[in-house]
Design a binder for this molecule. Structure first.
Ligand code: NAD
Length: 427
């Protein structure tokens, strides 16, 4: 690689900061040359980390769009409802785009982003990080190699994790449809995208879905509970207590996620976490929040050729996002328990275990999503550097197709009917 790829980070929060770490690992491959974020603490943190010149530090993405192009690519890591405008404007400016999922809050906006990128001739990678997970890649390689024969049925579970759900989807940024997205989109667009990927290019023709918001409702508030956990006389008996999730964690020296997220203007310590719990959203009783997104949802799908798939997303689990998958084929069964892959062959009646190689040592330093965050950025930077969009496996068209599937599933849930999926002719 001759010179590093220059990148501007739009949204210097949790994800923007994580992805920008690639530049610290591989300064010869990527440089962060600009940042935009209305939060001073976040943008100054990134500015200092990457020694970004003052003139390239902004409090809003629009300032980047107003300037002449001064980098190769942008990382768009703003909140869900702030993806479409910067993605379209900056693609039209000629920047290659790394865009956080979900692409946008409506199908129309997703389509607009894809059209802007295609018409401007820029690359788009959507952060379906799991596509870049070496284990997921291994499953796809096994399927394509015929390990289970013809794929007949896919069963896939996303266990969100009880305190993860309380943090993100009851108290946090993804709790409320009007402010972000429905939970199937916010949490499980990854999963429907994987099912789509494993279905191997077959189009989903029918989808049905059921789900609701269970438990985290006002009527389930325990008798005598207070509005904030720090004042609550019955907190000791509550698994969702903010004191347990954040304050006990910081007392034990854990300052990573989710504690790192709750102090928006300072580093987390006992004082700042206590203050955040006293005054901020993360100290609220989980039974008294303005949350409205589903805690549990199932989606059934039928693909061309009769392949069926069943997906479940559930909040109330011990494991955090340790997905479980079984893929049933005409000649065997593939099982992934979140740790290893096992293939049972019907002919020989033997089981074989498979592991995936971690393809780059840097993944240990950017270990989010099992190292997949690293592989995603690595792929995007390689694609931009070599001008080779074929390296990207979550590009515009197939990501749009899997996002449409999520919108269609949600439509089925809301309208209590089977939805016949639109063909891709709209593309
Ligand atoms: N790929 C994944 O698995 C994954 C995981 C978590 C989150 N996400 C997605 O990533 C996105 C960011 O999530 P996060 O956890 O980093 O959130 P965050 O709140 O930590 O960061 C978002 C940042 O955007 C900034 N911002 C708001 N308005 C802006 C503007 N006009 N210009 C520039 N910056 C602006 C905010 O100040 C904030 O710092 C969301 O869409 C989220 O759904 C994806």
């Amino acid at each position: 690689m001759s010179s590093p790829v220059d990148v501007i980070v739009v949204g210097a929060g949790n994800r923007g900061d994580t992805y920008s770490s690639y530049a610290s690992l591989h300064p010869e491959r990527m440089r962060v040359v600009g940042v935009a974020d209305p939060r001073k603490f976040a943008r100054v943190k990134l500015q200092e980390k990457h020694q970004i010149p003052h003139g390239n530090v902004f409090d809003d993405w629009r300032s980047i769009a107003e300037r002449d192009k001064f980098a190769d690519a942008v990382f768009i890591c703003t909140p869900d409802r702030l993806h479409k405008d910067p993605a379209v404007a900056l693609a039209r400016k000629g920047y290659h785009v790394l865009l956080e999922k979900p692409m946008a809050a409506t199908e129309k906006d997703c389509t607009e982003i894809v059209e802007a990128c295609i018409e401007s001739g820029v690359m788009l990678i959507v952060c379906h990080v799991l596509r870049y997970d070496p284990v997921i890649h291994k499953i796809k390689t096994l399927l394509d190699g015929g390990a289970v024969g013809d794929v007949i049925h896919i069963q896939h579970l996303e266990p969100v994790g009880f305190y993860h759900f309380a943090h993100s989807y009851v108290r946090g940024n993804w709790r409320n449809l009007e402010e972000s997205s429905f939970s199937l989109m916010a949490k499980s667009c990854h999963d429907l995208d994987l099912i789509h990927h494993w279905a191997g290019g077959r189009r989903c023709i029918k989808v049905s879905s059921f789900g609701s918001l269970s438990h985290f409702r006002k009527e389930n508030k325990p008798v005598g509970a207070a509005s904030r956990c720090l004042d609550c006389p019955v907190e000791a008996n509550c698994p969702y207590s903010a004191r347990k999730i954040y304050l006990d964690a910081v007392k034990q020296g854990c300052v990573g996620w989710p504690v790192s997220v709750i102090c928006s203007n300072s580093l987390p310590d006992i004082e700042s976490v206590t203050e955040a719990l006293r005054t901020g959203p993360y100290g609220r009783c989980v039974y008294e929040c303005d949350n409205d997104v589903c805690t549990n949802q199932v989606v059934n799908m039928e693909f061309e050729g009769g392949l069926t798939a069943a997906f479940s997303m559930v909040a109330f689990t011990e494991k955090l996002c340790q997905r479980k998958t079984t893929i049933y084929g005409s000649r065997g069964e593939l099982h992934y328990n979140g740790e290893e892959i096992t293939v049972f062959d019907f002919l020989t009646q033997t089981s074989t275990k498979h592991t995936a190689e971690l393809r780059a040592p840097g993944s240990f330093a950017m270990k989010g999503h099992g190292g997949a965050d690293y592989h995603l950025v690595h792929t995007f930077i390689s694609a931009v550097a070599s001008k080779d969009p074929s390296l990207i496996c979550s590009g515009p068209r197939e990501t749009l197709a899997s996002h449409r599937l999520v919108f269609e599933a949600e439509r089925s849930r809301l309208e209590s009917r089977v939805v016949f999926c639109a063909s891709d002719e709209k593309d």
